[in-house]
Design a protein around this ligand. Structure first.
Ligand SMILES: Cc1ncc(COP(=O)(O)O)c(C=O)c1O
Length: 428
């Protein structure tokens, strides 16, 4: 028993004590005690990873309260420096914290002087903020269709959508996997089109290109991250960041986040109030050294899902399709999104029936994203029509995200896959 206790990954609580429930939870996670948490499986349980770092987080929070300095300042700069080192930004490179991933995108486009009428090519299959950053500046999002395997934007369609008004390409590294930007970068450079990466879901993902290893967010001109609590590196509230290797852009981003002021109360341009809180920075700084292990755990969970689905014969062209990891990519599985074939009744996609069936059994899943952006009511003025991006539209009827997070148990994955097999087996 003592040996087992020593191997437990328990947080060092105040005074070094562990609660009984922490010990029981950890023993169940290790498979040393039967899992008595019942039949439910949550889509996400942030508490499990938090148990590992509870003590460290509390110490960091105390430090901020002791200093009573809450906006930007030392904590934010320290976190920015650690991100710069983690991403291996070049000497001139800089990380600039801001209030959210949505603001990071807006700030990036502002720093590149995007104006009304400019076109920004992006994907319709993403979170809303990717495109709203464009329209907030009066610029025009131009939606290219997606690749049905990786769910990222189709680079062939991006090339088709280029016009003399294209100023920025805004790829989203969706669900934790990078878009292979190198395929279009030379063409974009030739046309002086900038690349802003929406890496909100991919902090820590990378791609090998030749003998270089590119981290998501560092392959273009400006990379944008979100530290929303559910992200692989998530804070305890909103937070975001931009990174760039161009010092002029970094200086502009720093200025834009404080109302365009170079010096306090002297405003050279109109910016935003978009600063990363010291509390968030301090907490994120505690989490950063754990990120690689958490991402590795997500990859193991993804591999186990694959094993479970394939061994049950559930995958194939007319069956379930699992996420495809592109050659050279290090996918960090922010989400594990499978495709459920539509079925014969268009009014009731098989995916929706499966989801409801699982929910009734306490097994939570989610749909990212049920309506592609070119069909969103608020973008009707752009003239998008059903059929414009057929792959994105089809995916919106087939995509189903399964639970994937550090601390998810193999027994929970098995329970979920068995339930999927029970429902789909007779229907596929
Ligand atoms: C792809 C993508 N872009 C942008 C954002 C916006 O980030 P935030 O919620 O931090 O504003 C998110 C967050 O959900 C996202 O997933």
């Amino acid at each position: 028993m003592l040996g087992t206790a020593c191997a437990l990954r328990l947080p060092t609580g105040a005074g070094g004590f562990f609660s009984l429930s922490q010990i029981i939870k950890e023993l169940m996670r290790m498979g040393k005690l039967p899992d008595t948490t019942g039949g439910t499986v949550p889509i996400l349980d942030l508490g499990r990873a938090f148990e590992e770092i509870r003590g460290e987080v509390r110490a960091a929070v105390d430090r901020v309260f002791d200093a009573q300095a809450f906006i930007l300042g030392r904590e934010v700069r320290a976190f920015e420096e650690h991100v710069e080192a983690y991403l291996e930004l070049p000497g001139d490179g800089a990380a600039v914290g801001c209030a959210s991933g949505s603001d990071a995108l807006l700030l990036a486009l502002m720093a590149l002087d995007i104006k009304p009428g400019d076109e920004v090519i992006t994907t319709p299959y993403t979170f809303f903020a990717t495109a709203s950053a464009v329209t907030r500046l009066g610029a025009v999002p131009v939606f290219a269709d997606i690749d049905p395997d990786t769910y990222n934007v189709s680079l062939a369609d991006v090339e088709r959508k280029l016009t003399p008004r294209t100023k920025v390409f805004l790829p989203v590294h969706l669900f934790g996997q990078m878009t292979p930007l190198e395929a279009v970068t030379p063409l974009l450079r030739e046309r002086e089109i900038r690349i802003v990466e929406d890496a909100a879901q991919s902090f820590g993902a990378w791609r090998r290109v030749g003998d270089r290893l590119l981290r998501a967010g560092t392959a273009g001109d400006i990379g944008c991250y979100s530290f929303f609590p559910t992200k692989n590196l998530g804070g305890c509230g909103d937070g975001g960041m931009t990174v760039t290797s161009e010092p002029e852009l970094a200086a502009r981003l720093r200025k834009l986040r404080v109302h365009g002021a170079g010096t306090t109360y002297f405003h050279e341009e109109v910016g935003l109030n978009s600063r990363l809180d010291a509390l968030q920075a301090a907490i994120l700084d505690v989490k950063l050294p754990h990120l690689e292990a958490w991402n590795e755990e997500r990859r193991s969970l993804a591999a186990f899902y694959r094993l479970c689905f394939e061994s049950r014969g559930l995958t194939g062209p007319e069956k379930l399709r699992l996420p495809v990891e592109l050659e050279g990519n290090y996918h960090i599985y922010h989400q594990y999104v499978i495709r459920v074939p539509e079925g014969r009744d268009p009014a009731q996609p098989l995916r929706d029936r499966l989801m409801a069936w699982l929910e009734e059994r306490g097994l939570s899943t989610r749909v990212y994203y049920p309506l592609p952006l070119h069909l969103q009511p608020c973008f009707a003025f752009l003239g998008g029509r059903p059929g414009d991006c057929p792959e994105a539209e089809r995916l919106s009827r087939e995509a189903l995200a399964l639970p994937i997070f550090p601390g998810l148990r193999a027994s929970e994955q098995e329970r979920l896959v068995s339930a999927v097999a029970e429902f789909l087996g007779p229907r596929l």
